[in-house]
Design a protein around this ligand. Structure first.
Ligand SMILES: [Zn+2]
Length: 119
């Protein structure tokens, strides 16, 4: 689909059974590639789509820092935990939530949103 300046590649693929929920955008990251579950899920113009993209970009950074093997060695033992209890998910979830809050704020009051960046 496209490459960011950082070298992150966004791919839209049919992830089939990987989809964990219903009606939520979903993606999975391996190394510097983020796989979205179809065009519906790759939508950085929606709040939820932007939040998922942000979440996965955190994982690309984690892969960069650890290497693919290092990431998986650290992540796999956490895989049996609920998603939000995995240590590697915490920073991704935190940034995802921040994007949701910022988007909600911006869409209600664009002027107030701009103030965040002028101080
Ligand atoms: Zn994640």
């Amino acid at each position: 689909m496209g490459t960011f300046d950082t070298g992150v590649y966004v791919s839209v693929a049919d992830l089939g059974d990987f989809r964990p929920g219903v009606d939520v955008p979903y993606a999975v990251t391996y190394g510097q590639t983020i796989y979205f579950n179809g065009e519906f899920d790759y939508n950085p113009y929606s709040t939820s789509g932007l939040a998922v993209l942000t979440h996965e970009l955190v994982h690309t950074q984690q892969y960069l820092e650890r290497g693919a093997g290092g990431f998986l060695i650290e992540y796999i033992p956490q895989a049996s935990l609920p998603h939000d209890e995995r240590a590697l998910e915490a920073p991704a979830i935190a940034l995802q939530k921040l994007v949701v809050h910022m988007e909600a704020f911006r869409r209600e009051d664009p002027g107030a949103y701009a103030m965040l960046y002028t101080r």
